[in-house]
Design a protein. Structure first.
Length: 507
């Protein structure tokens, strides 16, 4: 007897709907599985056989064939265990086929019949809904994650025996309820008012967030670089539902969600250690998975101790930062991972960290030069803002300045101005305006053009850096709620770029 139902797996960052077919017929007793299967899928044969036996179902001494279609796609993961078991029981006549063939089923089976969670359930349900499916059966651990999708029925199950009783009509399982309140963002637990002093650094962080400009902070240990970076996500505009869903879907695929935290409501903040590899940063591997750049999408990627990262890891940042995506190529296929993040970097001015502090720096000129030369010119060129942090004065109590909420309101207004300005374009932020269209959106007056020309001639900076300076000045004007860029905006933008010249010489 022949039967089928639908399962799903994850390939890269995409979910794929797979048709699981079962045929139980006369012939020599054998249990074959075909369909271009990876090892984890082939092993499902033994998991299914033993879990069915422990649930009171014995396989007949017949020829059993399981096919996962389409056969030209390699099947990965353990999400096919449960649909294989159910499809097999339908072919044996133990379950009614008419109740199951419109249901997408995923889950890993234990030998005792327990159903374990699998990564990527949210992506699978979204893909299934796109194909017109409305009923989904998932492991209980993944049920809160599945309930994030409206207008579908998601059933969470614990054991194979429970599934059998449900499809036979002998027990009832209530579908998970969709609750829109789960998407409501909360207030950040770290506030900018905790940061003492550092007015220029706070200003640079505000500009970076408002216009999507990458930021580098240089300063001695204990000057607040990490403290400031950890609060920058709190001044970014709130995520809308589509962005929350996109981030949560990606985290679901990477297995980073849990039953008590099934949704990513706020901007991601990723701070990987400087020992990470280039593949861990960009994504990839034998079975390609997203890296830190993709996990930071719509949020912050913070690289602390920038000069301690390997040169290979830093150099792979260059193209993704420009294109806002990571391209992974493998034999036979290629994939694009998202990389729509804001890069915040921090480093010491020298190996010991106390450059220009009398009596504390113990580095030679050669040590300093070798340390700074770990940051290449092309990478430095992609950091629009560079600021120095200073050791703060002791202040044990009292409010230190504006709250994150106040700064976020200004940033949100500036972002709305940009969205309105670029509503017909493929980009949304000042930091993303192409060079060839820059003067179309960042028009300068005669006096401002003269100032830019003098800065170009006197400071010997490149045209690329001039363009970046103009983009930053456009953001500064937006934060001031002005349409025209004036000389003060240009000089402030130039100041935020010129600090790097103190360390790396010519920009």
């Amino acid at each position: 007897m022949y039967s089928y139902l639908y399962g799903a797996d994850i390939f890269g960052i995409e979910a794929r709907i797979i048709r699981i077919e079962a045929d139980v017929n006369e012939g020599l007793p054998v249990f074959d599985m075909v369909g271009f299967l990876a090892s984890a899928v082939k092993e499902a044969r033994e998991r299914v056989r033993i879990s069915l036996r422990n649930a009171g179902v014995r396989l007949p001494a017949k020829r059993i064939t399981i096919n996962l279609s389409p056969a030209n796609l390699r099947k990965e993961g353990s999400s096919f265990d449960l649909p294989i078991a159910l499809s097999l029981m339908m072919a044996m006549g133990l379950l009614p086929a008419e109740k199951m063939q419109d249901t997408l089923v995923v889950g890993e089976l234990g030998l005792d019949g327990c159903i374990h969670g699998v990564p990527g359930v949210l992506a699978m349900i979204l893909e299934g809904r796109k194909k017109g499916m409305t009923k989904f059966m998932v492991p209980r651990d993944n049920a809160p994650e599945g309930a994030l999708v409206p207008d579908v029925e998601v059933y969470g199950v614990n054991t194979l025996e429970e599934v059998l009783l449900f499809f036979r009509g002998q027990t009832r399982i209530e579908p998970e309820k969709y609750d829109p309140k789960v998407w409501e963002p909360g207030e950040p637990d770290k506030d900018f008012s905790d940061v003492a002093g550092q007015a220029y650094v706070k200003k640079a962080a505000e500009i970076a967030v408002a216009g999507r400009h990458n930021l580098l902070m240089i300063g001695p240990p204990g000057s607040g670089k990490t403290m400031i970076a950890s609060r920058i996500a709190g001044i970014m505009p709130r995520l809308d539902w589509e962005d929350q869903l996109e981030i949560t879907r990606l985290y679901s695929i990477c297995g980073l969600l849990s039953p008590d935290k099934p949704v990513v409501r706020d901007r991601p903040f990723r701070a990987p250690h400087h020992t990470l590899t280039p593949v861990a940063l960009t994504g990839g591997g034998r079975k390609p998975v997203p890296g830190e750049l993709s996990l930071a999408s719509k949020g912050i990627l913070f690289l602390d101790e920038l000069a301690e990262f390997s040169r290979e890891s830093l150099e792979v940042l260059r193209q993704p930062l420009e294109e806002k995506k990571v391209h992974i190529s493998r034999v036979g296929h290629s994939q694009d991972y998202p990389c729509d993040c804001l890069l915040i970097a921090a480093m010491n001015p020298c190996p010991c960290g106390y450059l220009r502090i009398p009596g504390r720096c113990r580095c030679t000129t050669g040590d300093i030069r070798r340390y700074l030369n770990k940051i290449s010119e092309p990478l430095l060129d992609r950091l629009d803002l560079c600021v120095e942090t200073e050791l703060p004065k002791l202040k044990l109590s009292g409010n230190q300045g504006e709250s994150s909420k106040t700064i976020r309101e200004r940033v949100t207004q500036a972002v709305e101005r940009q969205k309105k300005r670029y509503k017909e374009e493929k980009f949304s932020f000042n930091g993303e305006v192409p060079d060839q269209r820059l003067m179309e959106f960042c028009e300068l007056g005669p006096e401002e053009e003269s100032l830019v020309e003098s800065l170009y001639e006197e400071n010997q900076i490149s045209m690329r850096q001039i363009y970046r300076m103009i983009r930053v000045s456009r953001t500064i004007a937006d934060l001031k709620d002005r349409e025209d860029i004036d000389q003060e905006d240009l000089m402030e933008a130039f100041y935020f770029r010129s600090i790097s010249k103190q360390y790396w010489g010519e920009l």
